[in-house]
Write a new protein. Structure first.
Length: 152
């Protein structure tokens, strides 16, 4: 039996990280270490993911003790598809380098392109805000923001 068609860890972790900022950080700057703790994602890997998400314009970064990563747009304006494409690229089910011929390759290529479009539409129909609403409906509790305690 072959492996299933599935997202890589990078894609799944990216969606979880963006969800975490939207849900727990309410879209505001959130430190990578806090996201990593809550989502059980290795910090180094998460830092690499955020670099790609930043390059794609989905998050912005802020330096300093109250810094971290924040959503660049409202969570309702960011789809799961946006995150997946930023990290994984466009969904591909077919090798487009082959032309159509009498073997049926043209027929299956068109079918795969239709499936790709359907999958993209499904991912684009689900926003990060939708995930936050699901979290609330399932009883997930928002974590309070981390407080900074200074002592002299």
């Amino acid at each position: 039996m072959r492996d299933k068609l599935k997202l890589s860890n990078k894609g799944r972790y990216g969606v979880r990280a963006i969800f975490d900022i939207a849900f727990h950080g309410r879209g505001k700057a959130t430190q990578v270490k806090h996201i990593a703790e809550r989502q059980e994602i290795p910090v180094r890997f998460l830092e690499q993911i955020f670099q790609e998400l930043k390059k794609s314009g989905l998050v912005s970064s802020k330096r300093g003790p109250r810094g971290g990563y924040a959503l660049s747009r409202a969570s309702a304006e960011i789809s799961v598809g946006d995150v997946i494409r930023a990290l994984e690229g466009k969904i591909r089910l077919d090798d487009a380098s082959h032309g159509g011929d009498a073997t049926g390759r043209a027929v299956t290529s068109r079918a795969f392109r239709d499936l790709e479009a359907d999958m993209e539409a499904c991912l684009d129909a689900l926003s990060i805000e939708d995930l936050c609403e699901r979290g609330e409906a399932e009883g997930l509790h928002r974590k309070p923001p981390h407080r900074y305690v200074y002592s002299i």
